[in-house]
Design a protein around this ligand. Structure first.
Ligand code: SF4
Length: 487
């Protein structure tokens, strides 16, 4: 498969100094990716794309300490294409490195966008770093001194709206309009609420209501006329049977997290949007998913229409302001996150046998073959002792099985739930509990009750109706284990 469209590979190689409360990508841990990962990634995609733009930054640009050589390297690694600079820069670096503004100027940057959330305390709190507001003011001066126009982007909500009026007054006091004109450019100040995506979705409760946008800010409000109260969009779309399916029209842009998880750049980097992992998945399959836009989130987006989304997740009373596209994405993300876990029996997804056997083996160290020997009779209808999985996107995140005897000295206490496991990042959400209930009900429907399980845990299984029965001797164990029963 060779794809004619250009690929932009945007990689989180260095992280970000900030933790902005509006970050549409979602908060991710900082980590410097290992040397050579840039070349490895480009080589991985080279057989499939004739043109590749390589970016070593996904969050803060130029956060790499050797940003000059890094920028060179991004250009050298790109294939039949070159990365762009955009009107973005690191304000963190601007105030720490006297040479950085010169580098920006030499690289052809004419304007740099700086982001505010109000006055000092509020901006510091929203950026997640004390001193951020003063750095932004200082960065503004440095840019002007180097002949680069600053542009102030301001995020508004119900909490900071009055402060933003003060911020506008500050731009007048600082004479930013005149000072930017003096370098032959134009100063721009613009206000918006941002997409309701990633971290910013958590600010939905204080999202600005259209009628609360201060009068003085309306001339500066981005696409003011195209912002609608949520209630109006709900009314308008409640019978709309079209689907909202994000799509790559031209270039394909892929975001690579520092653990090699791959995402489209349509929205935030939540696991529901994961295309795959570049270290563990086959690249042929990953590229197929990218080109065919074949991931669970997009299949789900093709299945549910806008009217259903509005009726399920919209607030018909809300005056919160949204642009149409942002509201569609907000609704879709709410739906995906609400339905991110699928609970299935292995019979419903027989194609997952190998993956499931490998997953249980990885968690418990029992040979894959042993799992296959239990799963195959279940799939072939020779046994009713089932295997139960929780899937998030394409990934198994929780699972358990049923076998006759979980390696103990009481063969009369049968069958046994075994191999209960939930991935660490998905714990505390009741996934194993739902699988336990599913298994118990499924067995009961087949006339198999009671069911037993062997564990060393105290307190967990009780939550799901299990009762301690007795101590039994596990094979190869020094001390007896607890046997539980569910009627
Ligand atoms: S919004 Fe930008 S600067 Fe802020 S945390 Fe996200 S990536 Fe970093």
């Amino acid at each position: 498969m060779s794809e004619k469209r250009r690929l932009a590979l945007v990689v989180d190689m260095y992280g970000c100094p900030n933790r902005c409360r509006h970050c549409w990508l979602g908060h991710m841990p900082n980590r410097v990716m290992e040397e050579g990962s840039d070349e490895w990634l480009v080589e991985l995609f080279k057989p499939y794309f004739e043109e590749i733009e390589f970016y070593s930054w996904l969050r803060e640009p130029d956060f790499a300490p050797d940003y000059r050589t890094r920028w060179q390297r991004d250009q050298e690694l790109s294939v039949n294409a070159g990365p762009k600079r955009f009107e973005l820069a690191s304000f963190w670096r601007l105030v720490r490195d006297a040479d950085y503004a010169r580098f920006l100027k030499e690289s052809g940057v004419k304007c740099v966008q700086l982001t505010f959330f109000g006055l000092e305390a509020t901006t510091d709190r929203y950026v997640g770093r004390p001193g951020a507001f003063r750095e932004l003011l200082k960065a503004t001066d440095i840019l002007l001194a180097n002949g680069i126009a600053p542009r102030w982007q301001v995020f508004i909500n119900e909490e900071n709206r009055e402060e933003i009026v003060q911020l506008l007054k500050l731009t007048e006091k600082l004479r930013l309009k005149e000072r930017t004109e003096a370098i032959g450019s134009t100063f721009r100040f613009f206000v918006h609420a941002g997409s309701c995506d990633g971290e910013n979705a958590k600010l939905y409760p204080i999202r600005i209501r259209k009628q609360d946008i201060p009068e003085e800010l309306i001339p500066y409000y981005l696409n003011y006329q195209e912002n609608y109260p949520e209630s109006e969009l709900c009314q308008r779309w409640q019978d709309d049977d079209s689907c909202f399916v994000p799509h790559n029209e031209g270039d394909i842009v892929l975001n690579v997290a520092n653990n090699y998880d791959l995402f489209f750049n349509f929205t935030n980097m939540h696991p529901v949007w994961k295309i795959g992992n570049l270290k563990t998945d086959s690249i042929e399959d990953v590229v197929r998913r990218v080109v065919e836009e074949d991931i669970w989130a997009l299949r789900e987006a093709r299945r549910i229409n806008l009217g259903q989304l509005v009726r399920l997740y919209g607030d018909f009373q809300s005056q919160r302001a949204f642009e149409e596209e942002d509201y569609r994405m907000y609704l879709l993300n709410r739906h995906l996150e609400a339905n991110q876990f699928r609970f299935v029996t292995l019979r419903e997804v027989p194609g997952l046998l190998e993956k499931a056997a490998a997953w249980f083996h990885e968690k418990w160290g029992v040979p894959e073959e042993a799992y296959r020997e239990c799963m195959e009779p279940y799939l072939q209808g020779e046994s009713e002792y089932g295997w139960y999985l929780c899937l998030q996107n394409e990934r198994i995140v929780s699972g358990l099985g049923v076998i006759a005897n979980d390696f103990h000295d009481r063969p009369d206490l049968t069958p046994n739930i075994c191999a209960v496991y939930t991935e660490e990042d998905c714990r505390g959400q009741g996934l194993a509990g739902r699988l336990l209930n599913m298994a118990v009900e499924d067995l009961r429907a087949r006339g198999i009750t009671p069911v037993y399980l062997l564990t060393d845990h105290i307190g967990f299984y009780e939550r799901y109706g299990w009762q301690f029965l007795d101590f039994v001797q596990g094979e190869g164990e020094e001390t007896p284990s607890r046997m539980y029963i569910h009627h």
